[in-house]
Design a protein around this ligand. Structure first.
Ligand SMILES: Cc1cc2nc3c(=O)[nH]c(=O)nc-3n(C[C@H](O)[C@H](O)[C@H](O)COP(=O)(O)OP(=O)(O)OC[C@H]3O[C@@H](n4cnc5c(N)ncnc54)[C@H](O)[C@@H]3O)c2cc1C
Length: 413
């Protein structure tokens, strides 16, 4: 075992971790970014959709990251009533493989040391207020997902005895939805079944994909407690995926439902990629900081609970955590742990309320039955084409619940 020292160690080179490493390294800190996979972002387990606003909060989108630009949306109710949504804010379907690789490269260019194929199997605090991180030198098999959403993470009980240790004053955990490492520091990261969606995701090549339109399907036969989405990727390629809420899921169900949908809707479609993954649709974790350890991205449940989107939050949280951590170092190199709490304060100020509202709305939507969704779609479908906005859909959905309607309205302010 060797022992190497850094100011900050970031675990996980997804969007949250790469952004954290980039910000901290740009501010002059000595940063190590550890990733268990040989290539970050691969395989892609994401619809790759992001709104212009969410993206530009952290980055100007690079043209090479964008596969298509979406300006329209369509929703189908359980019985097949279609509603055209107008006034859709511009959104992008990204090339995550490209973007994730670029983000890691940008972190490295900012000065972070990046190590791929380096699963962290254990982390602990030392007696000298440092954090020791143990990395296995034998990367785990990275794609053993069994379709239940339990995508594998670093195996904490890994018996491999060739290990490398690293030390830092500050640890940023960006290890995704499972975040096993947070448990080393007392966080309980177990999710209620009602707070996790098991998602199945496929990339298909087929005719009949409208290049500028996202399509959503709802109903218990399509995606119990969740929804199915078709995102155009350009050139006759689409990302098709669905999420089933954990409390209504069984092993293999999301994949079965997805393949069944593709067969019915795109009989000529060719599936080129198929994966499963978990999406936390929970409240954000509190506290976000314990001692010198910070949680970011999916690990911190920084996700929009209504639609499972986490990319914009992960960019923002990663950048924020990295910046706060870098500033918390004194000129003598020591870390002022108390200063790390600025990360939680700022997060709560910018996104805390928004996330809490989406969580409350999600609880309601999950309890809505097919008849209710059909009724709403039926009334919206009678409105003039192009006049139905997302806000109108929400207003109509929650109109029987004044408090929820108020929360829905505030999401759009
Ligand atoms: C099917 C599906 C579709 C989705 N679609 C969308 C969408 O369209 N739009 C959207 O905004 N969001 C979407 N999301 C959510 C989005 O993908 C996540 O919110 C986002 O990737 C979170 O980024 P992250 O960096 O926190 O975690 P991740 O992207 O999961 O990255 C975590 C990284 O940590 C690494 N890691 C884990 N454990 C260890 C360890 N012990 N040691 C070292 N490395 C480790 C992992 O290999 C991984 O690279 C989707 C999710 C799924 C599953």
């Amino acid at each position: 075992m060797s022992n190497k020292k850094y100011d900050i160690i970031v675990v996980g080179a997804g969007p949250a971790g790469a952004c954290a490493a980039m910000s901290a390294a740009s501010a002059g800190r000595r940063v190590l970014l550890l990733e268990r996979k040989p290539v970050p972002g691969v395989p892609v387990r994401c619809g790759e959709g992001i709104g212009h606003q969410g993206m530009t909060l952290s980055f100007e989108p690079r043209p090479e990251w964008i596969k298509s630009t979406v300006t329209r949306a369509r929703m189908f109710s359980p019985s097949g009533i279609g509603v055209e949504i107008g006034n859709v804010d511009k959104s992008y379907i990204l090339d995550r493989e490209r973007m994730d690789a670029d983000l890691v490269r940008m972190a490295a260019e900012a000065g972070a040391e990046f190590r791929a194929s380096s699963p962290v199997v254990w982390a602990e605090e030392t007696s000298s207020n440092q954090y020791k991180v143990t990395c296995s030198n034998t990367p785990n098999n990275i794609n053993t997902n069994n379709g239940t959403g339990t995508n594998n993470s670093a195996d904490i009980n890994n018996t491999d005895n060739t290990k490398t240790e690293f030390e830092a004053a500050c640890l940023i955990l960006a290890d995704g939805v499972e975040s096993r490492l947070a448990r080393c520091f007392g966080w309980n990261t177990a999710l209620r079944l009602a707070d996790i969606e098991t998602a199945a995701f496929a990339r298909i090549e087929t005719a009949g994909i409208e290049g500028d339109c996202c399509t959503f399907y709802t109903g218990s036969a399509v995606a119990p407690g969740g929804y199915l989405w078709v995102f155009p990727r350009g050139n006759g390629v689409a990302n098709v995926g669905l999420g089933v809420i954990g409390s209504r899921c069984r092993a293999g169900l999301p994949k079965e439902l997805l393949l069944d949908f593709i067969k019915r809707t795109y009989p000529e479609g060719r599936v080129t990629d198929l994966h499963c993954g978990g999406v936390p649709v929970a409240k954000w974790v509190r506290p976000l900081v314990r001692g010198g350890v910070m949680l970011v991205g999916d690990a911190a449940r920084q996700v929009n609970a209504i639609n499972g989107a986490g990319l914009a939050y992960s960019f923002y949280a990663g950048q924020l955590a990295g910046t706060v951590a870098a500033k918390a170092f004194r000129s003598d190199g020591g870390l002022r742990r108390k200063a790390l709490s600025a990360y939680q304060r700022e997060w709560a100020k910018v996104f805390g309320k928004q996330q809490e509202r989406s969580f409350a709305l999600k609880e309601f939507i999950m309890s809505a039955d097919d008849a209710f969704l059909d009724k709403i779609a039926d009334s919206l479908s009678k409105e003039p084409s192009g006049k139905v906005s997302y806000l109108r859909v929400f207003m109509r959905t929650f109109s029987s619940r004044p408090l929820l309607l108020f929360k829905a309205f505030k999401l759009f302010r």
